[in-house]
Design a binder for this molecule. Structure first.
Ligand code: F3S
Length: 399
């Protein structure tokens, strides 16, 4: 990869050890993927924040980068941590974990990374516009940025996203290049899509069908007339989880679709496919459910308002987490939604989620409306899952 004089200076260590390490990471990635140059990025979203995933080695790497003078030179935001920073006791997080997680967040803060702790950066101030290059980790947000916003990003890992934050650049390969953003097959969707869970099931159905159809398939999805922000964030999370997709186009829904024609290769998703996807995410009976969670990806203010309506004057009977970004929680407080929700016994868990919090061994089965959460609930925490529409998930918590 060809480096500018500034990049060569970074690589030579003239701007400190952390910037040098960051440039080494980017240069290695550029060489592996055959990038000819780097591109400046407008923003960064960094994943790998929970101490539950990072462990001591990850914490030491971050501390070393902060001590080595690493400082973000573009807007850089953070994925969820393993706890609610202000209300961790309510979630049953132990003090040793809190200590380590606080050190992780402290290291990021020292590097000028904004500790948003949310997987929906586009709801809390990190909102790139059409055509902008960014370097985002967090697969659901990457799919949202590429597809819904029309920004350009690869699926970064934690270290490569941090490296982009500290240098303001990323190697120009993959989804940064026009030729890799063209659709590779048409997906015709037939079936009702109302609830966020329907969109999660659609992401799973398409994701499963994409297996074995090339390395980076870009579906051109037809048959969808409208979609809300909440439906799209659910769909992006599921499509990225089950299909590894970082980009899709949908005429009338995503901005870049207008630049492309539908490819000849065609896949049809039927109502039976959607029903099969729904069924495959259910292996827990109602009686087994002892944990309920909504907010994967993080809840929007619209969803918190809906929850306040559903929970008003009621009492939940199970551990019920509503995961969201702290600024969204603060708006919910101003509107009185948070007070209504918490009076029911449900817990608004800001800064974290049911996947990255250290909950292994605490619960048996989880009810959720998120196809992505179902995947990780089983894979990371060994939980059975009950996959239901939003309102029915609330009903599970009240049952
Ligand atoms: Fe976000 Fe956690 Fe789901 S990071 S997308 S809520 S697994």
């Amino acid at each position: 990869m060809e480096l500018s004089r500034h990049e060569q200076a970074l690589l030579a260590g003239q701007r400190g050890r952390a910037a040098q390490k960051a440039m080494e990471i980017l240069a290695a990635l550029g060489d592996i993927y055959g990038a000819e140059r780097t591109v400046p990025v407008a923003s960064v979203q960094i994943a790998g924040v929970s101490y539950d995933n990072l462990g001591q080695a990850g914490l030491e790497f971050l501390a070393e980068m902060a001590d080595g003078g690493g400082r973000a030179c573009v807007l850089a935001t953070l994925n969820p941590a393993g706890m609610d920073v202000e209300n961790w006791q309510a979630l049953g997080i132990d003090a040793a974990f809190v200590h380590n997680q606080a050190q992780v967040l402290g290291a990021f803060a020292r590097m000028n990374v904004v500790t948003t702790c949310s997987c929906t950066p586009y709801l809390v101030g990190n909102l790139p516009h059409y055509g902008q290059h960014v370097a985002w980790a967090e697969s659901s947000a990457v799919c949202y940025a590429n597809s819904v916003l029309g920004a350009r990003t690869n699926r970064e890992g934690g270290p490569s996203a941090l490296a982009a934050a500290l240098t303001g650049r990323t190697p120009a390969y993959g989804y940064h290049l026009e030729e890799n953003r063209r659709p590779t097959l048409t997906v015709q969707v037939r079936g009702p899509l109302g609830e966020t869970s329907d969109w999660g099931a659609l992401g799973k159905a398409i994701g499963d069908a994409l297996q074995g159809r090339g390395e980076n398939p870009v579906p051109y999805i037809t048959g969808i007339e409208r979609a809300s922000l909440e439906q799209l964030k659910s769909f992006c999370a599921s499509l990225a989880t089950y299909g590894g997709s970082a980009l899709f186009h949908a005429p009338g829904i995503t901005p870049e679709a207008a630049c492309h024609k539908p490819p000849r290769e065609m896949l049809i998703i039927t109502p039976d496919d959607l029903a099969a996807a729904q069924a495959s995410l259910n292996d827990a009976s109602a009686a087994e459910v002892d944990f309920v969670s909504l907010g994967c990806p993080h809840l929007s203010i619209h969803e918190l308002a809906r929850l306040a309506g559903l929970l008003e004057g009621k009492r939940v009977t199970k551990e019920f987490w509503l995961t969201t970004a702290r600024p969204t929680r603060q708006i919910a407080e101003r509107m009185g939604y948070a007070q209504v929700i918490e009076a029911s016994g449900a817990k608004i868990a800001a800064d974290t989620c049911c996947v990255v919090a250290p909950i292994r061994g605490r619960f048996r089965a989880m009810a959720t409306d998120s196809a992505k959460a179902c995947y990780y609930a089983y894979a990371k925490n060994g939980l059975k899952t009950r996959f239901r529409p939003f309102d029915q998930v609330v009903a599970e918590a009240l049952r």
